[in-house]
Design a protein around this ligand. Structure first.
Ligand SMILES: CC(=O)SCCNC(=O)CCNC(=O)[C@H](O)C(C)(C)COP(=O)(O)OP(=O)(O)OC[C@H]1O[C@@H](n2cnc3c(N)ncnc32)[C@H](O)[C@@H]1OP(=O)(O)O
Ligand SMILES: CC(C)C(=O)C(=O)O
Length: 524
């Protein structure tokens, strides 16, 4: 049987220490519920002495969720802190008190101004005091007490061993080894945990835990190195929130352990399918956006845009994916269509949207897609539907085709359009016209070239997708000799879409032999 790693989530305590991420009690209860559903083993709900609000949140979370997860409160090595933590937790089931005291020379000398002996004495006394408080409840046989030598990663190893050994002897059931300032590297952290395992005589009486900060971007790597060395609890936060650059990200640790179970030989109780929804909830509540390329829960975490990758994915997903998106509850598009995409991915999407195109139509749609992708950052399904629909409806006989057009408009300018149209028999005609605006000028110009006089009866522009590079779809109707013809055009440029739509309607009219009045003039 492989060991199960205890997941200790501190989103509500260390995570809340991220500037701007404070949560009120109602928000903390919502996050706590999500953490319970996620399968987190221990929830550090707050630092009760810090404020009445924190006290209340820890108390309410413990009362509400203490039967489903272990709820923990933080305390300095001070009686008033421990009393406060116990005050918040004492009426709930499955509770833990987490006491901490810094041990590194920098913290001893400059912050606490305490000698090594005082540190040991205070840590031992306060662990014992905590155990005594908790044991006052008749059903608590072994008080659940965690001790953290703050800044352990920068503490002299022999002194760290002494503190850890004595606090375990005083009753700590978990010893947490914080890399408080994110100074460690994986090999270094592996050595610290290994050293404790080899040199602390009673180490087997407590669970070794990691608490890694991300100042060098190594929090997850260091936590994994800790697991390799024998740690069996990891402290982490959703989305890697936390003081400064944050803590080890829970979602990354959970998926690293799951994906590389072959290597670590351990498991977790995390219901990984809830990772993305929990991440979204925490992001919404704290207002801290998740970067798009964030591992596991970022919008791009399972998105493939490059044609070669998409082709590989369509043959066999594992060519470019080490995890299944559904295993983390990812909702999004895997194959993102953009300028780097190829025919395979485009065909796959077009087919999944329900189209069965002839080879010729597919080719034309693909060319239109590539042209659009050059102008637009992201192509959505609605864009493809508009493109293909436009393509299919333009399978009407093209008497005239746009070669190029140019419009001019402005406050001091007479709106003018210059067009070059190609007739189906090959001759090219150029003309120009003025109008009320560039669209009207272009319509008049097309009528002159095609030799048709039409009346615009309806004209609509709508945005197909969102963003400033969204596709505009123009649909219009023209009346020629009492018969109505419809046209549709799609482009990121609404004037171009208008020209396409108008010409489509004119072509339909010409197919019915309507309105040919002046074709002779153009030699057609
Ligand atoms: C590494 C970590 O993340 S530890 C957790 C950090 N989180 C927080 O600090 C958030 C909540 N903190 C708070 O609300 C406040 O800092 C409080 C309520 C805890 C204390 O507030 P204050 O009494 O005003 O003290 P202040 O924060 O200015 O200074 C910290 C005091 O705690 C002492 N202290 C720091 N760590 C410890 C410790 N582990 N055990 C005992 N005393 C400690 C400091 O020496 C200093 O003592 P002093 O007031 O006698 O000089
Ligand atoms: C309280 C301790 C565990 C802490 O947050 C740290 O050292 O970073």
């Amino acid at each position: 049987m492989s060991d199960v790693i205890t997941f200790f989530d501190t989103t509500l305590r260390d995570g809340e220490q991220s500037p701007g991420c404070s949560m009120d009690t109602a928000e903390k209860l919502e996050v706590a519920k999500a953490l319970v559903d996620l399968g987190v083993d221990v929830i550090e709900a707050g630092f009760p002495i810090a404020s009445p609000g924190d006290f209340e949140a820890v108390q309410k979370i413990a009362q509400k969720f203490g039967d489903q997860s272990t709820i923990c409160g933080l305390a300095r090595c001070r009686k008033e802190d421990i009393d406060s933590a116990w005050g918040a937790l004492q009426d709930a089931q499955n509770v833990r008190i987490h006491v901490f005291l810094a041990t590194s020379a920098i913290h001893r000398d400059f912050k606490l101004k305490m000698a090594k002996e005082e540190i040991v004495r205070r840590a031992v006394d306060m662990v014992k005091y905590t155990c005594d408080q908790m044991a006052s409840r008749s059903d608590i046989v072994t008080p659940n007490v965690e001790f953290s030598p703050e800044d352990a990663a920068r503490t002299e190893l022999d002194f760290l061993c002494e503190v850890v050994e004595k606090t375990i002897a005083a009753g700590a059931t978990t010893v947490n080894i914080p890399d408080t300032v994110g100074y460690a590297t994986p090999n270094h952290f592996f050595k610290v945990i290994s050293y404790l395992k080899e040199n602390v005589s009673n180490i087997d009486q407590a669970v070794i835990s990691t608490h890694c900060h991300n100042d060098l971007g190594l929090a997850v790597a260091n936590s994994l190195a800790g697991i390799e060395a024998g740690a069996r609890q990891v402290e982490c936060t959703i989305n890697g929130l936390g003081e400064r650059a944050g803590n080890a990200a829970l979602e990354e640790l959970a998926m690293a352990i799951r994906t590389r179970g072959d290597y670590y030989g351990v498991t977790t109780n995390i219901n990984t399918q809830k990772l993305c929804s929990t991440s979204r909830l925490v992001s919404k509540i704290t207002g801290m956006a998740v970067q798009r390329n964030k591992a596991i829960v970022g919008q791009n975490a399972f998105a493939h845009e490059a044609g070669i990758h998409q082709h590989g994915m369509l043959q066999e997903r594992t060519t470019y994916e080490i995890m299944r998106p559904q295993d983390v509850g990812y909702v999004g598009t895997n194959l993102v269509l953009g300028k780097h995409s190829g025919r395979h991915a485009f065909r796959d999407r077009v087919e999944s949207l329900g189209y069965d195109l002839s080879e010729e139509s597919f080719q034309k749609a693909f060319e239109a897609f590539i042209a659009l992708a050059d102008k637009k950052k992201e192509i959505f399904d609605v864009d493809i539907v508009a493109l293909v629909d436009n393509q299919t409806s333009s399978e009407i006989e093209e008497h005239w085709k746009i070669k190029n057009f140019h419009t001019l408009s402005g406050t001091e300018t007479i709106p003018t359009a210059t067009l070059e149209l190609e007739h189906k028999e090959g001759n090219i005609v150029q003309d120009a016209a003025t109008g009320d605006g560039p669209v009207d000028a272009a319509f008049k110009c097309m009528e002159r070239v095609a030799g048709i006089s039409a009346k615009l009866t309806d004209y609509n522009v709508r945005s197909v997708s969102s963003g400033k590079d969204a596709l505009g779809e123009v649909s219009l109707s023209i009346d020629i000799d009492g018969v109505i013809f419809h046209g549709k055009g799609v482009s990121t440029d609404v004037i171009e879409a208008s020209v396409q739509a108008y010409l489509q309607a004119l072509n339909k009219a010409l197919s019915q032999d309507r309105g040919r009045r002046r074709n002779e003039k153009k030699g057609v």
